[in-house]
Design a protein around this ligand. Structure first.
Ligand SMILES: [Zn+2]
Length: 122
């Protein structure tokens, strides 16, 4: 287990800001399910205990569909979904690695076939 570093990210207008702890080299998932494909979300899974929402909680709006398990969170000012609660990883948030200021290195990209799986990242 490599040492974890502190990273910062958020939405475009910077109302939503978060920090998280992560190894400096990470695995990122892409997914072809109905919602991930329209946003081209690049998932970095971070455990709830390694994640802190620094500001903007009151500006988060959620969107749910299908099984209503995932909670898609986006900024109600700029519309950017910088992180959310995925169905596939109930103990983690999924952060879009493109919303991280100085992101960790991507060691591996997993192409998840969410369209054809019950356990879609979604
Ligand atoms: Zn925003």
């Amino acid at each position: 287990m490599s040492e974890k570093l502190l990273f910062q990210g958020g939405c475009h207008c910077e109302l939503i800001k978060f920090e998280f702890r992560s190894p400096n080299e990470v695995e990122v998932w892409t997914c072809n399910c109905s919602i991930c494909s329209v946003t081209d979300f690049h998932h970095l899974f971070v455990r709830h205990s390694d994640f802190t929402l620094v500001s903007g909680k009151e500006f988060l709006t959620s969107y749910q569909f299908g099984t209503q398990t995932a909670e898609h969170l986006f900024c109600r000012r700029c519309g950017v979904k910088s992180f959310y609660q995925p169905r596939s990883h109930p103990d983690s948030y999924s952060i879009d690695i493109r919303c991280v200021k100085t992101p960790p290195t991507i060691g591996r990209v997993v192409e998840f076939d969410g369209k054809n799986h019950q356990g879609a990242v979604e």
